[in-house]
Design a protein around this ligand. Structure first.
Ligand SMILES: *[C@@H]1O[C@H](CO)[C@@H](O)[C@H](O)[C@H]1NC(C)=O
Ligand SMILES: *[C@@H]1O[C@H](CO)[C@@H](O)[C@H](O)[C@H]1NC(C)=O
Ligand SMILES: *[C@@H]1O[C@H](CO)[C@@H](O)[C@H](O)[C@H]1NC(C)=O
Ligand SMILES: *[C@@H]1O[C@H](CO)[C@@H](O)[C@H](O)[C@H]1NC(C)=O
Ligand SMILES: *[C@@H]1O[C@H](CO)[C@@H](O)[C@H](O)[C@H]1NC(C)=O
Length: 368
């Protein structure tokens, strides 16, 4: 980045993001933050760092047991059911010393129900199960859109996906935001779910896009289950959107690369290019309006490898049976199109681009 751009970014960042990270506990963030994106930014440094779990025993020690896993999913569902009553959500005793659920009101007056991890260990979340945010009033939700940021702090750099997702949640009137509490590299043990191609770097245990053991994968299941029971997920107004930042060297000519979890086989290319209305096709059209001059592509436009065909949430949303998501890809015949995987260059994550991003998303999804 050139110095002029850098100072412009720093100025915007200071207006949009909280300046200080020298906090003692996540709970402090609730009183020091004035907006939901400040709050998410304030929580960010508590993310479980790289190589925190060097072996299976340390990984397992941070995992929920069966009782806690159920309680965690129930808590996610209870937050989705909120309508002005966030502070009365009960938390099961097996997890009530780990997570908290609180109502957070912005200085603008808008309230959010926030499920966050309140227990810390050596300056980071003790467990890293995740952060979940829903507008507290149903009247403040205008779109059945669910955002997630499964890889906080990846690849690092100027912008980050949790803060972007929080700003977009608010600006689009979306229903929920899920942020993983662990770096994807919190453990570099290989995932026992999805394996990479021989010779390539493995997917990790703590990568919730490629492991079904992560609590944030369970949270995804609870969110999808809730949406199915509350109106379903019609293509006109609903989607599950995963936000990612890509390394500069991967697909370097793309500012934004979109995928629904299908690759570029002939059948998949036909799926992306035929006349069937899909959220991802509308989003591409709207993003090109917001960002003229950017390369914004689908797998049918460019053979970029970031097609998310091994993403376990994407596979599940595309109708692969839950018991097979580790090993079976989605097919063009079975794909629902409810999954939108967004890979972005650094420029796309800059605070100055939040407005055009939100505008494109508002045009893509009808209000409910
Ligand atoms: C596993 O990692 C932890 C550090 O988190 C370490 O204290 C422990 O000794 C390791 N256990 C084994 C069996 O290597
Ligand atoms: C909050 O209100 C909603 C809507 O009336 C209801 O479905 C939900 O069960 C309530 N939750 C709690 C914890 O009272
Ligand atoms: C899980 O851990 C909680 C909290 O320590 C405990 O109360 C509960 O009995 C455990 N459940 C199982 C199935 O081990
Ligand atoms: C868009 O892609 C083309 C072809 O790869 C490339 O030449 C061009 O520089 C890219 N434009 C931007 C803005 O990155
Ligand atoms: C895929 O499409 C290309 C171009 O239309 C064609 O040459 C090729 O034979 C097709 N492949 C298969 C496996 O159908």
């Amino acid at each position: 980045m050139w110095p002029a751009q850098l100072s412009k970014f720093a100025l915007l960042a200071s207006q949009i993001l909280a300046p200080s990270h020298s906090l003692q506990s996540p709970s402090t963030c609730l009183s020091t933050s004035t907006t939901i994106e400040h709050l998410v930014d304030c929580f960010h440094p508590f993310t479980v760092p790289e190589r925190k779990y060097p072996n299976y025993s340390s990984y397992n020690a941070a995992q929920p047991n069966a009782t806690q896993r159920q309680a965690w999913s129930d808590a996610i569902t209870a937050v989705l059911n909120v309508d002005g009553n966030c502070s009365s959500i009960p938390i099961h005793p097996s997890i009530n010393t780990i997570i908290s659920i609180v109502s957070f009101t912005e200085s603008s007056g808008t309230a959010f129900c926030v499920l966050y991890e309140s227990s810390i260990e050596s300056g980071h979340y003790a467990k890293g199960w995740g952060l979940f945010v829903v507008p507290e009033l149903r009247a403040d939700v205008s779109r059945s859109v669910h955002f997630s940021a499964p890889h906080p702090g990846w690849p690092g750099g100027d912008g980050d996906t949790p803060q972007q997702a929080a700003a977009l949640l608010k600006a689009t009137g979306a229903k929920s935001l899920l942020v993983s509490g662990r770096r994807r590299t919190a453990s570099t043990l290989p995932s026992d779910c999805v394996s990479s191609i021989p010779g390539a770097k493995p997917y990790y245990m703590t990568d919730p896009a490629h492991s079904v053991r992560e609590p944030s994968f369970d949270a995804n299941l609870a969110i999808i289950g809730w949406q199915n029971e509350n109106g379903g997920c019609p293509a006109t107004s609903c989607a599950f959107i995963q936000l990612h930042g890509k390394a500069r060297t991967t697909c370097p000519s793309e500012q934004v690369f979109l995928s629904s979890g299908l690759g570029n086989s002939n059948a998949s290319i036909a799926w992306y290019t035929n006349d069937v209305d899909r959220p991802i096709k509308r989003l591409k059209t709207q993003l090109l309006r917001s960002f003229p001059g950017w390369n914004i592509s689908l797998p049918s436009d460019d053979n970029c490898i970031l097609t998310a065909t091994k993403n376990v949430v994407g596979r599940y949303l595309n109708n692969v049976d839950l018991s097979h998501v580790c090993v079976q890809g989605a097919t063009a015949q079975g794909a629902s199109g409810k999954f939108i995987h967004i890979e972005q260059a650094v420029v796309s994550l800059e605070p100055a681009n939040l407005g055009p991003w939100a505008a494109a998303l508002r045009e893509t999804f009808g209000t409910t």
